[in-house]
Design a protein around this ligand. Sequence first.
Ligand code: DGY
Length: 324
Amino acid sequence: MMEKKRVFLTRTLHDFALKELKKQYDIEIHSGKIPIPKKRLASKIKDIDGLICFPYDVIGRELIDCAKNLKVISTYSVGFDHIDTEYAKERKIRVGYTPEVLTGATADLAFSLMLDIMRRVSEGDRTIRNGNWKEIYGAYDYVGTDLQDKTLGIFGMGRIGSALAKRAKSFDMNIIYHNRNKVSKTKERSLGAKYVTFEKLLAQSDIISIHVPHSKHTEQLFDKKIFKKMKNSSFLINTARGKIINENHLIEALKNKIIAGAGLDVFESEPIGKNHPLTKIDNVVLAPHIGSSTKETRSKMAKITIENLQLGIVGKKPKFSVGY
Ligand code: DGY
């Protein structure tokens, strides 16, 4: 009998996913410290045929070099900036990821952060929980900002950016966007979105929502120079990757009211603890990297993660493949 192929998971997945994997493969699941320590992953990757990883697992060149039989890396995420995909390709290792299914959930989260920071929902919640709601209904109490008629600047008009535009349109917002390439006229019309330069996006937006991948071109792009170009009354939303923002500069900008507020689902280094400087600021809403975290979406992501693995492990192109 042919030996089963070996698959290693850096963390457990849904029961249905494990059941499916167990039918075909000899699987091992890392338990214990998350993320899996580098050394342990390096020793595991040596003899496996397939790897299932998460967006915080750094799969660099050095690690890939430890692999002798690896055919596929299947990440349970749409982002793949944690994987050296160029080198994987060179080594003929397929890389699978999970776009499309998490578009709606992530756009919803971006929208909820925008609503929350502009209407001060979490701040109000903290006020009540801390026993500080003393008087009702003052003319200036917890006044927020209307979304309607505000200009939403979408940085990155891919799947998630477009889904956010759809939602914003029904809230009567004006939509401008900046993207490497303009989207088609038909798409612009249907989304009611207008292309502008990056400089104009910064200057004209009341809210900027980031939907570009993290890369060497976007790393720390949002820094103090950029914040100065934004309106003092503007808000910044980030559900993409934390490293796109210079967090120290953002903290200064929020404290000094260079911009009005921010809604963040991602951070330079995750998780952040209760003593992180961002937790000391009221004009920011924080979420623990939950952009895709709905029961429906996460199940679909698990399904695709497995499908990608199943194809890649026999040398076929994964359903959602990075480049090759
Ligand atoms: C991803 O899939 O890359 C997201 O960050 C998950 O929320």
